[in-house]
Design a binder for this molecule. Structure first.
Ligand SMILES: O=C(O)c1ccccc1N[C@@H]1O[C@H](COP(=O)(O)O)[C@@H](O)[C@H]1O
Length: 203
């Protein structure tokens, strides 16, 4: 069954919504973004999150020590690298932490996707390329660029209740990742969260 991640949670109300509808993963954004949360908020949200939901920290070119701190404090279970992190960076993370890493690739071509197929991370996350934004753009990309029989990946970028069924059937991701598509006027919307989780779990 396809898994689902709801990203960019910021409030206890958001946590109550996910605890009710139970996605597989949620994301806390620690990068520059309207969804960024601070350490104290992350601690509080994690404390209130169901232990059956895995929490993913979303980072853009963050100091490795900061990621280590969050992981060792048990605030995050997994690490999503959404910036320009290179092999040296990943090797250092892999050597110092036993946490699954999701490396985001902002898709520009099939050649690019083939070149990162064996990247040493537990998963890749395929998202839209945007020249001014690392992620959370709410814009989809051309999924036909994803090579057939590609490795397990998270699919992101402009997903919502209207397009997830088609997206899953197009490219069979391991997990779909949604942020903008479950928001109304910049805040997470419980009804939209309920709807997307119902669609994915019902497939
Ligand atoms: O959500 C953000 O603000 C964000 C900021 C910086 C890097 C990544 C971010 N989120 C990730 O972006 C994708 C796509 O989100 P959307 O559904 O198109 O809004 C997703 O992987 C989020 O985890």
């Amino acid at each position: 069954m396809t898994k689902i991640k709801i990203c960019g949670l910021k409030t206890l109300k958001d946590i109550q919504a996910v605890n009710k509808y139970m996605p597989d993963y949620i994301g806390f954004v620690f990068a520059e973004s309207k969804r960024k949360i601070d350490l104290a908020t992350a601690r509080l949200l994690r404390k209130n999150l169901s232990s059956d939901i895995r929490s993913v920290g979303v980072f853009v070119n963050a100091p490795i020590a900061f990621i280590q701190e969050l992981y060792k404090e048990n605030i995050i279970d997994m690490i999503q690298l959404h910036g320009d992190e290179d092999l040296t960076y990943i090797h250092e993370l892999n050597e110092t932490l036993n946490a699954p890493v999701i490396k985001a690739i902002r898709v520009q071509s099939q050649k690019q996707l083939l070149s990162v197929k064996n990247f040493p991370s537990a998963y890749l996350l395929l998202d839209t390329y945007h020249k001014n934004q690392y992620g959370g753009s709410g814009i989809s990309f051309n999924r036909s660029l994803i090579p057939k029989d590609y490795r397990a990946f998270f699919l992101a970028g402009g997903l919502n209740a209207e397009n997830i069924k088609e997206a899953i059937s197009d490219c069979r991701p391991y997990c779909i990742d949604i942020s903008s598509g479950v928001e109304t006027e910049g805040a997470k919307d419980e009804e939209k969260i309920r709807e997307v989780i119902k669609i994915v779990k019902g497939l």
